[in-house]
Design a protein around this ligand. Structure first.
Ligand code: FA5
Length: 339
């Protein structure tokens, strides 16, 4: 029996050396140490041994079992190590690799323009007020000296919701609302979205204006001009050429339109500026006394000046954008250039 055990031990060692994976190792374990295993079988045979031999053979069986168990454990350790290395190689993380940077976002060109215009005006003492985009005909037109069926309504192609309710076509509606609730003197600006049935390279059906209104005693055209020149310089820099042209608005008298050098041709004349070299940015003027009276302000004591910027046009000029509509297409390749 001792000989049998020694042979089993040698056989086990030889077999173990040839084992190449964990499955084969498990089969080997069952073959030698399992309930029906070769070593267990020898143990069972001990019953037939004379009593004095049993402790000697018993000790030998235990020794062979221990050797086999140790060899299995060592082989298992090798396989575990190989498996771990494989896993690590598969999920390799190079902790020394520099991190990928996050792409920096930026404000939309229009938001940048609004921030700039609003900051400049607030620094000059203006207060920001807002008005509704769905507006009464009264505030958008009638209070501003534009009665129903008056031909000057054609200057703005308006989206009507009912006879008396419309999408505001100008932020001047906030002028009328403000004059009815604020006591002069005051200086307000009102940035916001406006709507007109208009669409080409310099006109969008949804666009943005910033209204300004100053009501005080002794206001003159000189105050309006000085304020606008200062605001234009802050917005476009000292070099920009600005042009004041006489114009007409029913709610201001006298009225002007203010142009700035064209973003595309820089003044030499092109299709965008219709050969003039300039782009129109805003309308302005001295508030018509009829409007002051309609809104409850004493026109003998107070005068006012008002202006209405096209904020999208300011963004066009600042960023040399040749089609206003490209600002609303949300094409990220275009917007990235405006950072
Ligand atoms: C007005 O809307 C007057 N409310 C401005 C005003 C305010 C005059 C206060 C006097 C006193 P106008 O229709 O010209 O005026 O528009 C003003 C500016 O808005 C234009 O100079 C232009 O820069 C811009 N604008 C007008 N229509 C569009 C459009 N469809 N798309 C983009 N910008 C436009």
């Amino acid at each position: 029996m001792q000989e049998k055990l020694q042979q089993l031990s040698i056989q086990a060692k030889t077999e173990l050396n040839q084992i190449a994976d964990a499955v084969a190792l498990n089969n080997f374990k069952v073959k030698y140490l399992g309930k029906q295993g070769l070593l267990t079988e020898i143990l069972r045979g001990m019953r037939d041994l004379p009593a004095e031999q049993r402790p000697v053979v018993g000790a030998l069986v235990n020794q062979v079992r221990q050797e086999i168990e140790e060899q299995i454990a060592s082989k298992q350790e090798q396989f575990d190590k190989i498996q771990l290395e494989k896993e690590l190689a598969k999920n390799y993380i190079d902790i020394t690799e520099p991190a990928k940077g996050h792409e920096k976002g930026a404000l939309h060109p229009l938001s940048q323009v609004f921030e700039l215009l609003i900051d400049s005006c607030v620094n000059m003492g203006f207060k920001v007020v807002e008005g509704p985009e769905v507006e009464l005909d009264y505030y958008n037109f009638e209070a501003l000296n534009i009665p129903k069926n008056h031909p000057s309504r054609d200057m703005q192609d308006t989206f009507f919701i009912t006879d008396n309710i419309l999408l505001r076509s100008q932020t001047s509606s906030v002028q009328a609302r403000t004059m009815q609730v604020m006591k002069p003197p005051f200086k307000i600006i009102s940035p916001g979205r406006v709507y007109r049935n208009d669409s080409d390279a310099t006109h969008s059906p949804v666009f943005h204006q910033m209204e300004g209104l100053v009501v005080d005693e002794n206001i003159s055209m000189a105050d309006l001009k000085a304020m606008l020149v200062e605001l234009m310089r802050k917005t476009f820099g000292e070099q920009t050429q600005i042009r004041f042209r006489p114009s007409f608005f029913p709610f201001t008298e006298p009225s002007v339109e203010v142009d700035v050098t064209c973003p595309t041709c820089r003044g030499s004349g092109c299709r965008l500026c219709k050969g003039t070299g300039y782009m129109e940015l805003l309308g302005a003027g001295i508030v018509n006394p009829k409007v002051l009276e309609e809104c409850g302000i004493d026109s003998k004591k107070y005068r006012g000046f008002a202006f209405g910027f096209g904020a999208d046009r300011v963004a066009m000029v600042k960023n040399s954008i040749s089609d206003i509509r490209s600002m609303f297409r949300n094409d990220i390749r275009f917007l990235k250039q405006m950072k």
